[in-house]
Design a protein around this ligand. Structure first.
Ligand code: IPD
Ligand code: CA
Length: 286
C-alpha cells in the first residue's frame, strides 16, 4: 500500500513502515522523502532570495548571520518531516532539537551558505541527513544524505551502503591528479580561529594546484564526492554542515576524517579520495 500523497509529492510513510527498520526499501523511501522536501525548501529559499533578503540576527559572532528565510525554510522542512514521519527526531540549525521514538533523527541545515545567500551569490544548499542511533553527533550513524543546491537545482543523494548519485549518475571521488589537488576549505565565524585556519592552508598548499573557498560546506563535500574537488578541510563545522555531505563522500568511495583519533566534527573535517586523504592528513598533522 502506498502512503497518502501530500502537496509537492511528499509521501506519508508513517503508517506503512515498521519504526526504525533499516531495509533498503525503507531507506530509499526516506531518501525520496528528503529529496522532495529539500527541493520544495530550495524553491522557497530561491523565491525569498528574489524578493530580497534581510538579516534577522547575528548568532555566534557578527559575521554569523541568520536571515528570515533560514528560519522560514527550516520551519517548512520541520513541518513536512513531522507530518510524514511523526515519530522521528529532529536537529535543526535554526530551531533546535526534539527527540523521536522511531530511532531515526533528521539533521537539517535549511540554508548552508547563508552569507552567500545574503550577498546574492548563487551557491547555497539545503542539507538534510537521516541518522540512526543516539541523536548526538559523536554517536549517530548517517543513513541518508541529501544536499540540494537551491541555485542550480542539482540534488546529491547518498544512502549508506548504496552509493551516492546525482539523478541516475553515480558519484565517485577523484584519483590524485599529477598537477596537484584542487582543494577547498572554509573559515569559521570565530575570528580567533583565523590564524590557525591560515596555518593549515600554508601546510597543505604544497599539495595543491589551487584552493577554493566557495562558502557552503555541504556543497564542498558534495563536490568532493562528485570528483569536482580533490579534497576539502575545515575546522569549526557544526553537525548540520557535514552530516549529509559526509555520507556523500564516504558513499562515493572517499574518506571523512576529523582531528587525530577523533570523528569528523568541530575540531576538524578532512574529506578526500583515499590517496589524497592520506596526503592531507599528513600535511595537516605535521
Ligand atoms: C557555513 C558554511 C561555510 C562554512 C562555515 C559554515 P552556514 O554554514 O557552510 O562554508 O565555512 O563553517 O558555518 O552558516 O552558512 O549554514
Ligand atoms: Ca545554515
Amino acid at each position: 500500500m502506498r502512503g497518502a500523497e501530500h502537496d509537492h509529492g511528499v509521501v506519508d510513510l508513517a503508517h506503512e513502515l515498521p519504526a526504525g527498520a533499516r531495509s533498503v526499501g525503507h531507506m530509499q523511501e526516506l531518501a525520496a522523502l528528503a529529496e522532495n522536501i529539500a527541493r520544495e525548501a530550495g524553491d522557497l529559499a530561491r523565491r525569498r532570495r528574489a524578493e530580497g533578503v534581510t538579516v534577522a540576527a547575528s548568532k555566534s559572532s557578527l559575521a554569523d548571520i541568520v536571515t528570515e528565510a533560514d528560519r522560514e525554510v527550516e520551519a517548512l522542512i520541520r513541518r513536512r518531516l513531522a507530518r510524514a514521519r511523526p515519530g522521528d527526531g529532529f536537529v535543526g540549525e535554526e530551531s533546535g532539537a526534539s527527540r523521536g521514538t522511531s530511532g531515526i533523527t533528521w539533521i537539517v541545515d535549511p540554508i548552508d551558505g547563508t552569507v552567500n545567500y545574503a550577498y546574492g551569490i548563487p551557491h547555497y544548499a539545503v542539507s538534510i541527513a537521516a541518522v540512526t542511533g543516539e541523536p548526538i553527533p559523536e554517536e549517530w550513524m548517517p543513513e541518508i544524505g541529501v544536499v540540494h543546491n537551491a541555485a542550480t537545482g542539482e540534488t546529491f543523494t547518498g544512502i549508506r551502503g548504496r552509493g551516492a548519485r546525482i539523478g541516475q549518475t553515480r558519484l565517485r571521488v577523484s584519483m590524485p591528479p599529477s598537477a596537484g589537488a584542487l582543494l577547498a576549505t572554509g573559515f569559521g565565524y570565530d575570528p580567533a580561529q583565523h590564524d590557525s585556519d591560515l596555518a593549515r592552508i600554508r601546510a597543505v598548499m604544497p599539495l595543491a594546484r589551487d584552493l577554493r573557498r566557495a562558502g557552503a560546506a555541504s556543497l564542498d563535500l558534495a563536490y568532493v564526492a562528485a570528483g569536482r574537488l580533490d579534497g576539502y578541510f575545515e575546522k569549526g563545522l557544526q553537525p548540520w554542515d557535514h552530516a549529509a555531505g559526509g555520507l556523500l563522500v564516504t558513499e562515493a568511495g572517499g574518506v571523512m576524517g576529523g582531528a587525530p583519533a577523533g570523528r569528523p566534527g568541530r575540531e576538524l573535517v578532512i574529506a578526500a579520495g583515499p590517496q589524497t586523504y592520506e596526503l592531507l592528513r599528513a600535511a595537516i598533522d605535521r
